[in-house]
Design a protein around this ligand. Structure first.
Ligand code: SAM
Length: 247
């Protein structure tokens, strides 16, 4: 994106045709539930309870494009990294309430250093007719946010941000988003409960999960103490922290 352009309209994949609701056969829902790796990320008391929520309230109301994206990414080696459908449903509802015109997403749509990840979902985005609303930026997120901040017109101009990228940079993203979001704007951070490891003793946590766990612990502490935001730490999916800028 060129600095100095008028406000851009970015949209997350979660907004895709959010009114396009279709019902599906129970067998299809069961198949989807059993085949998805995010099922193992549940934070509820039992896997059955999580399946119950997905099958009762999430899959039957899932917009067709989101289901398609779920299907096309199901066999991808990094499928487990996708935002869970129940988180997506909450975000879609939030977006309807906020009705933002200018949004930013860090991680796949619309800023990602890996264009290939974005291109997996692109045919579905095009089919849904919303590709014109997205400006994809192939870049490391931090320098791009700095670039946005060089233009004073971008300050306080965004209404919504979604962050699902490298966990150790979440606080740095937050600091920049506090300048880019207008007062009343909302930032949502994914994976803030990091597979429930935030509440485990470090020695219980598999080695590969420890760096992001540490990052989540630090970010959660900083967010909870940040007087610039009103927040809610929601135990949905892998943990979403919803922050509304208040100062
Ligand atoms: C967990 S995935 C996002 C998943 C997405 N929310 C979804 O539901 O499909 C994280 C993405 O963040 C991107 N990413 C990681 N570090 C980044 C950075 N420093 N700057 C930009 N993108 C980054 C990765 O390339 C990856 O595509």
């Amino acid at each position: 994106m060129e600095i100095g352009l008028p406000p851009i309209n970015l949209v997350t994949s979660h907004v895709l045709a959010s009114t396009c609701i279709s019902s599906r056969l129970r067998t299809e829902m069961e198949k989807a539930t059993n085949s998805q790796s995010y099922i193992r990320q549940y934070l509820l008391q039992s896997e059955e309870l999580y399946k119950y929520i997905l099958e009762t309230s999430v899959y039957p109301r899932e917009p067709e494009p989101l289901k398609e994206i779920r299907d096309v990414t199901a066999s991808h080696p990094y499928a487990r990294m996708g935002t869970t459908p129940d988180s997506g449903q909450l975000i879609a509802l939030l977006l309807k309430l906020i009705d933002p015109k200018k949004t930013i997403e860090i991680g796949i749509v619309a800023i990602d250093m890996d264009r290939k990840a974005y291109e997996i979902g692109l045919p579905v985005i095009k089919k849904a007719g919303v590709d014109h609303k997205i400006e994809f930026i192939e870049s490391e997120a931090l320098p791009f946010l700095d670039q946005l901040l060089q233009d004073i017109r971008n300050e306080g101009s965004f209404e919504y941000a979604y962050v699902d990228a490298d966990k150790d940079n979440y606080w740095k993203y937050h600091e920049k988003l506090m300048k880019l979001l207008k007062i009343g704007g909302v930032a949502v951070y994914d994976n803030t409960l990091w597979k429930a490891t935030v509440a485990m003793a470090e020695e219980q946590v598999p080695e590969r999960l420890r760096p992001a766990r540490q990052a989540a612990l630090e970010t959660n502490k900083l967010l909870a103490a940040d007087p610039r935001v009103q927040l809610s730490h929601v135990p949905v999916g892998d943990g979403l922290t919803i922050c509304r800028r208040i100062s």
